[in-house]
Write a protein that binds this ligand. Structure first.
Ligand SMILES: C[S@@+](CC[C@H](N)C(=O)[O-])C[C@H]1O[C@@H](n2cnc3c(N)ncnc32)[C@H](O)[C@@H]1O
Length: 247
């Protein structure tokens, strides 16, 4: 199995005011204004994750993310999970075809100095997994686990390295989706009908989703697959975002 065609294009990163920008996709990893708050608003609150995980039971809550990038959505979700007294266990499953270099990751810490983001042990673990995948494309899963301080729940991170077409079929059944590719016009393979159909297969009745994109074709494709789709006010000055659930 190969997780990319041999002619995979190179992704180069540049920084503008602390925000990583992909030169390959010509797009930002997160917004300059309020990246943390936007992630909280669009993905965590857009899926009502806080309400769904607040009472710990045996069941595990599974979040699926398309596009791990800098890990910002992970840290926002982890921070909120840690702040709850008795949360459910979470499995946060993500994928990434163009993993950032380990040296780039701590730059995120400078943008949010009062938060716990990329610490040394976590970066080392990421780097080992990324190096392993670069040498052998079959070994493409990075796993890391956090224990909760007041109950016995755990937060498990699973990131698959490789192209979305290879990685998404490995996902388990998901309860909430964070659809966070680059904008659809710049990153069409993250939002294609084929990908959305795999996403539908990995969903169950009630599975929710949220995305910053309100593109008409995306809403139509999701509705066709059986999702209820709702347009909402976007974060800050952004006009719209979209969320919904599978009927
Ligand atoms: C907007 S960024 C994600 C931001 C991320 N959630 C964060 O918190 O920093 C989109 C991500 O999707 C990845 N991506 C784009 N096309 C992909 C593909 N075909 N397969 C896998 N990953 C892809 C990019 O490399 C990028 O990291």
């Amino acid at each position: 199995m190969s997780s990319f065609p041999s002619n995979q294009p190179k992704n180069t990163i540049e920084f503008k005011e602390g925000v990583p920008i992909s030169k390959l996709f010509d797009d930002v990893y997160f917004s300059k204004e309020g990246g943390w708050e936007e992630s909280l608003y669009v993905f965590f609150n857009g899926n009502e994750v806080g309400t769904k995980i607040k009472d710990g039971t045996q069941s595990i809550y599974r979040i699926g993310e398309l596009g791990f990038g800098s890990g910002l959505n992970l840290f926002v979700t982890l921070d909120n999970w840690k702040s709850l007294e008795n949360p459910k266990s979470i499995t946060f499953v993500s994928l990434e075809g163009y993993p950032l270099n380990a040296e780039t990751l701590p730059t995120l810490n400078k943008s949010y100095p009062d938060k716990t983001l990329w610490y040394e042990e976590l970066i080392t673990s990421y780097e080992i997994a990324k190096d392993t995948w670069e040498k052998d494309k079959n070994k493409n899963l990075w796993t890391y686990i956090w224990d909760h301080k007041t109950n016995k729940s755990q937060f498990t991170l699973n990131v698959y390295f490789g192209d979305i077409q290879i990685c998404l079929p490995s996902f388990p059944t998901i309860n909430s989706w964070y659809l966070d590719g680059f904008s659809p016009s710049k990153n069409p393979d993250m939002w294609s009908p084929e990908i959305l159909s795999i996403l539908r297969d990995k969903s169950i009745s009630g599975t929710s989703f949220a995305t910053f994109s309100s593109a008409g074709f995306l809403r139509r494709n999701l509705i066709e697959l059986g999702f209820v789709v709702e347009k909402k006010k976007g974060y800050g000055r952004k006009r719209e975002m979209v969320s919904g659930f599978l009927e």
